[in-house]
Design a protein around this ligand. Structure first.
Ligand code: ADE
Length: 419
């Protein structure tokens, strides 16, 4: 059996059924996999992935294997691993996995290092922990890596900062910034899966609740839209004046976070920044307020401050911690402030991950052809890749769209015709 560190290999059959179920909703990845099987564009290439270990990731990994790659995976979040999927990957797909749901910080980084020690030619990251570990703790392993991709907004921000400071040593493609990714995954994926995670954790009714969304980027937009669809009264808090105005004109109440803190029932952070909800907010909240985070890292809610303000805490449901504050008020924190959609739910639905991971697979194929000609920097996804994914998805849905006529093409190229 391939190298691994997983919870329990006897879960593999259950995991395989989940991977197959997800595959039904991933037709674009399936088509790419069929072509990869014939053409073997990744023959002999080692790929290290730091991704949420889910049934959707399993389908990405198996697509890369069909292309001829050898794949090594670790988790990009200690609470998002689906242990049964990890077992299936090892037993049925010959893919090395180093991840157990609930791993502590030390085990989390040991798993990352186990992947890096396989000396992958390409990295696939979700949050940039793999790349940053390679560039800091394990620089000795840097030489053999020639390129990588990044899945998420937070990771792209970190990698751009590395590129600006001149410390990034190989080219990375910002998959997150592709239209075939953020317009769908960040918006519809986060929108649905965040609500799903909150409901699985709490089983509360959303209708009529005051639901406060922090951040009106693509993820925040999707979440606000879906919370409204469930009948919640949605309030948006922002720091960017344009995003705030967008939220106003989309019909949401927009207010300062200290005003929202007093009236909200449920608070969800999706900003990518730290201490978005902090002591000054906790002080103002109503008894019974529920807090969740759907941003990449668990820094958006200032949990140390909440701990300091509390006289006790207890677990009241598997993903719900009750904090009893000095004044007798109770505040509920979901999923330890980690990504609620992946920790309490199963992450984005497969159909949306189909597009993100099809983009990933095609970017890895692009790197296999072009990495040598790219200097260390963060690059956009090639236009043809984005467009291929969108067109394949439409075809898989049986949706036909129009083409420009030659006359329209010519008109768009020319400045001559006016009023
Ligand atoms: N990120 C968000 N949802 C995901 C999923 N289902 N699988 C992998 N990564 C994800």
């Amino acid at each position: 059996m391939v190298k691994h560190r997983i919870k329990d290999i006897t879960l593999a059959e259950e995991g395989l059924r989940k991977v197959e179920w997800a595959r039904r909703e991933m037709p674009v990845l399936k088509m790419i996999g069929e072509r990869f099987e014939r053409e073997k564009p990744l023959a002999g290439i080692k790929i290290g992935g730091c991704l949420h270990i889910t049934s959707e990731t399993a389908n990405l990994a198996s697509t890369l294997v069909k292309g001829g790659a050898q794949v090594f995976l670790c988790a990009s979040n200690p609470l998002s691993t689906q242990d049964e999927v990890a077992s299936a990957l090892v037993k049925f797909f010959n893919i090395s996995v180093f991840a157990i749901k609930g791993d502590d910080r030390e085990a989390y980084y040991r798993n990352i290092i186990a992947v890096l020690e396989e000396r992958p030619l390409f990295t696939i990251d979700d949050g940039a922990d793999l790349v940053t570990t390679l560039h800091t703790k394990r620089r000795d392993l840097l030489e053999g890596t020639k390129g990588g991709t990044e899945e998420t907004t937070t990771g792209v921000i970190r990698l751009r900062s590395m590129a600006r400071e001149g410390v990034l040593k190989y080219p990375i493609i910002a998959v997150n910034d592709a239209k075939s990714k953020f317009l769908f995954d960040n918006r519809y994926g986060t929108g649905q899966s965040t609500i799903d995670g909150i409901l699985r954790a709490t089983n509360i009714l959303l209708a009529g609740k005051k639901f406060v969304v922090f951040g009106y980027g693509w993820c925040g937009k999707g979440l606000a839209m879906r919370a409204r669809g469930m009948g919640a009264q949605v309030i948006v808090c922002e720091v960017d004046p344009f995003k705030a105005l967008e939220a106003v004109m989309d019909g949401f109440l927009v207010m300062h976070s200290l005003e929202a803190a007093e009236i909200g029932d449920i608070f969800v952070t999706v900003t990518g920044d730290k201490s978005v909800l902090r002591g000054e907010h906790f002080k103002l909240m109503k008894d019974g307020a529920i807090l969740a985070n759907s941003g990449h890292f668990d820094v958006e809610i200032d949990i140390p401050a909440l701990e300091m303000m509390s006289k006790s805490k207890r677990r009241v449901r598997p993903m719900v911690e009750e904090y009893l504050l000095e004044d007798g008020k109770r505040i509920y924190l979901l999923a330890e402030g980690r990504l609620v959609n992946l920790a309490a739910g199963e992450g984005h639905p497969s159909s949306v991950m189909d597009m993100s991971f099809a983009t990933q697979a095609l970017c890895i194929e692009y790197l296999a052809k072009s990495a040598d000609s790219l200097k260390p920097d963060v690059y956009p996804v090639p236009k043809e890749v984005e467009e291929t994914v969108a067109r394949l998805k439409l075809a898989s849905l049986g949706v036909k769209i129009d083409e420009l006529t030659p006359e329209q093409e010519k008109y768009l190229q020319s400045w001559a015709e006016g009023t």
